[in-house]
Design a protein around this ligand. Structure first.
Ligand code: ATP
Length: 288
């Protein structure tokens, strides 16, 4: 453990979760799970489909209503404030300090409201005051995510924009409310590889500039390793291990080693058959 990593671990956590359980229709899908995210830290959640990654993100963001499922935890606090204090009776509830972005921007942006109105509605009034000042700052937010013609985009509705542009808009809106924690659920998987990297880089540099901690979900362990400080590996509704990204090559858990072995590289793609979790024996070792 490096000095920097040890110092960070000692600081009190920004997000603290202990024994989080999530059930749908009475069936527990996320079993008691505990983890922390520190200020300015970037944590990735990786794992196969159905392992519970999105459920955790949705529980943190307040997107699981009692009609959909049950969220219970011994501790679930953001900057010391309980997140589960009031039961959500409308979805989504806005949890102060948390913003979320999703794989599909169309499902989180309002299709009939202009980008400008959606952006203005989240800019803190106390900080930006007059509508004119808020409009200027909304345009600046769009410029920060690489939008060169913010006025046109402000007056557009999401359906008039390309997928990559919508993802940039969603990132601008997510950061405009000045969250302390940004949760991103597969933010790039609907984009092509190069656009995905651009959006990832942008999310990293903006969250770093603004001092926002980041919890992002990905099924791509290579991408997770590149952009996170720590990786939480999930399987079957539990966290198998949490490991510093730079130590992933030394991961001891067979499942994590299996995920790493399945990671396609430019060198291997197309030259030979890619390994699968079964072919590298991760499942057998897990069962042993
Ligand atoms: N709204 C829901 N109602 C019932 N079951 C659900 C609901 N949402 C998720 N589940 C179930 O909970 C389990 C975990 O799903 P979740 O979407 O959290 O996994 P995931 O790791 O994010 O998967 P993916 O990578 O495919 O998104 C799965 O068995 C899934 O079918």
């Amino acid at each position: 453990m490096t000095d920097e990593f040890a110092a960070r671990a000692e600081r009190s956590a920004l997000l603290e979760v202990a024994d989080l359980r999530i059930s749908y229709q009475g069936v527990e899908k996320v079993h008691p799970t505990s983890f922390t995210v520190h200020e300015r830290e970037r944590v990735a959640i990786v794992g196969e489909s159905g392992s519970g990654k999105s459920s955790i993100a949705n529980a943190l963001g307040g997107f699981i209503s009692p009609a959909v499922g049950t969220v219970q935890a011994q501790i679930m606090t953001l900057a010391g404030r309980p997140l589960l204090e009031s039961s959500p009776n409308r979805i989504p509830i806005r949890r102060e300090g948390i913003s979320m972005i999703f794989q599909d921007a169309m499902s989180s942006l309002d299709p009939v409201a202009t980008v400008g109105n959606q952006l203005l509605s989240v800019l803190p009034r106390a900080t930006y005051g007059s509508r004119k000042a808020r409009k200027a700052s909304a345009e600046e937010r769009l410029r920060q995510v690489g939008i060169v013609d913010p006025r046109r985009v402000m007056s557009s509705v999401p359906g008039q924009l390309s997928g990559g542009m919508r993802q940039r808009v969603m990132l601008a809106i997510a950061l405009a409310s000045e969250p302390v924690l940004l949760i991103a659920d597969e933010p790039t998987s609907a984009l092509d590889a190069s656009l995905g990297i651009t959006v990832m880089e942008m999310m990293m540099s903006l969250s770093r500039e603004e001092g926002t901690a980041l919890l992002f979900i990905s099924h791509d362990i290579a991408l997770s390793r590149r952009y996170s400080d720590r990786v939480m590996v999930m399987r079957h509704g539990t966290v198998l291990e949490t490991i510093a990204s730079r130590d992933l090559d030394r991961a001891t858990h067979p499942y994590t080693r299996g995920l790493l072995a399945c990671m396609p590289t430019l060198g291997s793609a197309g030259l030979r058959e890619l390994p699968t979790l079964d072919s590298v024996g991760a499942h057998d070792e897990m069962a042993a």
